[in-house]
Design a binder for this molecule. Structure first.
Ligand code: ZN
Length: 426
């Protein structure tokens, strides 16, 4: 039994915080009230000044298993998630081999059952080996619980193949997540095409490479009656395209934004800093501001990190050769607090809705509000404390993050899932 006293409880429904005590028994929130007395044997934590809220859920994570375990594996990646206040995540299938059949899905889920303290869900490929030619083993993956189909890392290039997959899989309740990029336009995928790419002398990737596929894939979903989820939107026009389709109301489209596309611009690349190299690339200040406003306005359904670990050796290559992506699981919540909540741009209700409740709904899972009778699946967050993202702090095998050794406001102090305390700081 666990009694948390004097917490300020946050929810997706209101920016207002509710003061109270929370009693957890057998993994269930038994009661919420003020002045609750501790039952015999209960552990008591005084949460004075801290926030109690639903734990986060990340719908876009690269755990690199199988095949690239030097970067990350399910064990280290799930511990990184816990360290960031996350108690569930969806793996992307661009592993080696790719997660494109029942056999690989089973391998991944078996590993998760052994090596992870939080539930791990996996997406499956749309096409075999993400090659864009033949459909993956969709039905076998569905039978093992896969709901999200994506060739993430790449666009499913051939629209006829994607349309056929949509027509087939939609009737089984599956949905599609699109990484949007016209391959021929995107070039070496180094950075946004614009003032910075011209200054550095590197061929960039124009925003239209992303925007064209955003529109194409929503049109295909419209034709097939499928649910399409647009991943890691980075451009203003791409976001406006999605908003236009949402306003039409005749296609099921959802979308996500990554914290790095809200926090950074192409200018941050400075002198070829590979910690600001990701795909889609960081774009202009106008894009970043439009994405932030769209998140506040409710255009974005989800926040998702696109956690993309790479070894220090890989990221220390020159800017063109270094792989795309940064880690995100351990920094997302604190950085959103530091930059946006603490500065008054939006409230905790937005983060809980977009980074806990909606991703769970998209995956067909129950949400985890802090309410009587619900399973205990929450975190304690200290808004007065700070986090320094040192190598010692991070549980991920990789450290490719712009936040390395930086100190931000806010700290995840406690993560509770069922009757287990997964993390307790201090
Ligand atoms: Zn992607």
């Amino acid at each position: 039994m666990l009694l948390i006293r004097n917490a300020r409880i946050a929810s997706e429904d209101s920016a207002a915080l509710v003061e109270g005590d929370v009693l957890v028994e057998n993994g269930i929130i038994r009661s919420i009230g003020t002045g609750l007395s501790a039952p015999a044997g209960a552990r008591v934590i005084d949460a004075w000044g801290r926030l109690l809220m639903p734990a986060m859920f990340d719908a876009h994570v690269h755990l690199r298993e199988p095949g690239q375990e030097a970067k990350e594996d399910i064990g280290s990646g799930s511990e990184a998630a816990i360290n960031g206040g996350i108690t569930g995540l969806v793996m992307m299938p661009n592993t080696s081999p790719a997660i494109d059949s029942a056999a690989v899905v089973r391998m991944v889920l078996d590993s998760a059952a052994k090596n992870s303290r939080i539930p791990i869900y996996t997406s499956g490929c749309v096409t075999k080996d993400r090659a864009g030619k033949e459909l993956a083993g969709i039905d076998g993956m569905r039978a093992l619980g896969v709901r999200m189909l994506t060739d993430d890392g790449d666009t499913t290039n051939d629209p006829a193949v994607l349309l056929r997959a949509m027509q087939y899989a939609t009737e089984f309740g599956m949905f599609f997540a699109s990484h949007c990029e016209v391959h021929e336009l995107a070039g070496p995928r180094a950075l946004n095409e614009g003032v910075v790419s011209y200054r550095l002398g590197i061929k960039g990737s124009p925003a239209c490479a992303e925007e064209i596929i955003i529109d194409r894939d929503i049109r295909l979903a419209h034709a097939a009656g499928a649910h399409i989820h647009i991943q890691h939107v980075s451009s203003k026009l791409g976001m406006e395209t999605i908003r236009w389709w949402k306003q039409r109301g005749d296609v099921k489209v959802t979308c996500e934004v990554a914290p790095h596309h809200l926090l950074f611009t192409e200018e941050d690349i400075g002198d070829y800093d590979t910690h600001y190299k990701m795909n889609p690339p960081l774009r202009t200040k106008a894009d970043t501001e439009a994405l932030l406003q769209a998140l506040i306005d409710g255009v974005f359904d989800l926040i998702a990190t696109d956690h993309a670990p790479h070894t220090p050796f890989e990221k220390s290559q020159d800017f063109v050769s270094a792989p795309n992506g940064i880690t995100g699981l351990e920094t997302a919540l604190v950085s959103l607090y530091h930059h946006f909540i603490a500065t008054g741009r939006f409230g905790w209700d937005l983060v809980i809705k977009r980074y806990s409740a909606e991703p769970r709904r998209m995956m067909g899972l129950p949400t985890v509000p802090v309410e009587e009778g619900k399973p205990a699946d929450f975190i304690l967050f200290d808004p007065e404390a700070e986090t320094t993202f040192t190598t010692a702090f991070m549980k991920s095998k990789s450290r490719n993050t712009p936040f390395l050794d930086k100190t931000l406001k806010g700290r995840v102090d406690l993560v509770v899932l069922g009757d287990a305390v997964l993390l307790e700081r201090d």
